[in-house]
Design a protein around this ligand. Structure first.
Ligand code: IPM
Ligand code: MG
Length: 362
């Protein structure tokens, strides 16, 4: 029995979560997995109901669950609130911190049948399969911040970037481990030509490298990495980097695949993992059945694989998604000429149907 905290959140969150749960239930039957599911409020809807975007009942539920499945949070309605009450800074960042999920895995994978949907040329992205490992609970996003008035007029702002040896070591190890189970190449991204924190990061990466002789290690400066990601993204297998660089590069890597609506994520390191699509709450299309549920459905697959060690169920789910796309069905965000457009729940149904199809050993 796996205990699951389900947080649909705002915008398209509830629609895509409904499809993810549909798929999860169906997989559970097939693979004899049992889930105890509890839903809770997070984000703007939690603020509206309780006055805080991360109610303590939600946090407690998450902390005592085996995994947290999150839809999306935020929307224009809550953008003007003081920062600690906003869905992103007031709920998402503290949830990650409380769960101690310091390693954020963001795969950017191009499905063969979607290679034409990328804004980059087909030959640049076809077959692309990158895993970005982003440090998620440290660095600039969590450092102390302050503003002050200057005596002569004007103001001053300070943001602090801190990392300890342990914080860097543990996430870099996840990078090496990931590379070991994939293509055996790790690129550590930093700005060591300028930043002291990056030189610190690089020294730690170097000190761990001899424990992973089977993994080919490269260091790359973040500006060069941004360029290489659009020039020749297939050179990369696993990228590991600090929080802010990872935030930026993972959006860039996601867009290589054509639609951010396809990409899942897993945040690991604590007792309970957090699984969520990379995309946001898309308030402009909320409630219209237009959202692509695949990123959330693939987040379920990451939960099964990395959270529960249920690789067979995860493989079956990923194959079902591939088959649904190969058979010519699309949601609006990935629609192309000659394909059949489905709404959110029809795509969920189609993936469930494809779970039942025999794979013929492929
Ligand atoms: C992400 C998002 C968040 C982040 C925001 C919403 C706080 O951009 O998950 O990448 O910066 O981590
Ligand atoms: Mg981001």
């Amino acid at each position: 029995m796996f205990k699951l905290a389900v947080l649909p959140g705002d915008g398209v969150g509830p629609e895509i979560m409904a499809e993810a749960l549909k798929v999860l239930m169906s997989l559970g039957k097939k693979y004899h997995l049992q889930f105890e599911i509890s839903e809770a409020l997070i984000g703007g809807c939690a603020y509206d109901e309780t006055g805080t975007p991360l109610p303590s009942s939600t946090l407690d539920l998450c902390l005592e669950s085996d995994a947290v499945l999150l839809g999306a949070v935020g929307g224009p309605k809550w953008d003007k609130l003081p920062v600690h009450l906003r869905p992103e800074a007031g709920a998402l960042l503290p949830l990650r911190k409380e769960l101690q999920v310091y390693a954020n895995l963001r795969p950017a994978q191009v499905f063969t049948s979607l290679a034409g949907a990328s804004t980059l040329k087909r030959e640049v992205v076809e077959g692309l399969d990158i895993m970005v490992v982003r440090e998620l609970t440290g660095g600039l996003y969590f450092g102390s911040k302050q503003r002050e008035d200057l005596p002569g007029g004007g103001r001053r702002v300070v943001e602090t970037l801190e990392y300890t040896t342990e914080e860097v070591e543990r996430v870099v190890r996840i990078g090496f481990d990931m590379a070991r189970r994939r293509g055996k190449q790790l690129t550590s991204v930093d700005k060591a030509n300028v930043l002291e924190s990056s030189r610190f990061w690089r020294e730690i990466v170097e000190s761990l490298a001899n424990e992973y002789p089977d993994v080919e290690l490269k260091h790359m400066l973040v500006d060069n990495c941004a360029m290489q990601l659009v020039r020749n993204p297939k050179q990369f297998d696993v990228l590991v980097t600090e929080n802010m660089f990872g935030d930026i590069l993972s959006d860039q890597a996601a867009q290589l695949t054509g639609s951010i609506g396809m990409l899942p994520s897993a945040s690991l390191g604590g007792k309970t993992g957090l699984y969520e699509p990379i995309h946001g709450s898309a308030p402009d299309i909320a409630g219209q059945g237009k959202a692509n549920p695949i990123a959330t459905i693939l987040s379920v697959s990451m939960m099964l694989r990395y959270g529960f060690g249920e690789d067979n169920a995860a493989d079956a789910l990923e194959k079902a998604v591939t088959r649904a796309l190969d058979s010519g069905y699309r949601t609006a965000d990935i629609m192309e000429d000659g394909k059949v457009q489905l709404n959110t729940s029809q795509m969920g149904d189609l993936i469930v149907e494809n779970l039942g199809v025999s794979t013929g050993g492929s």
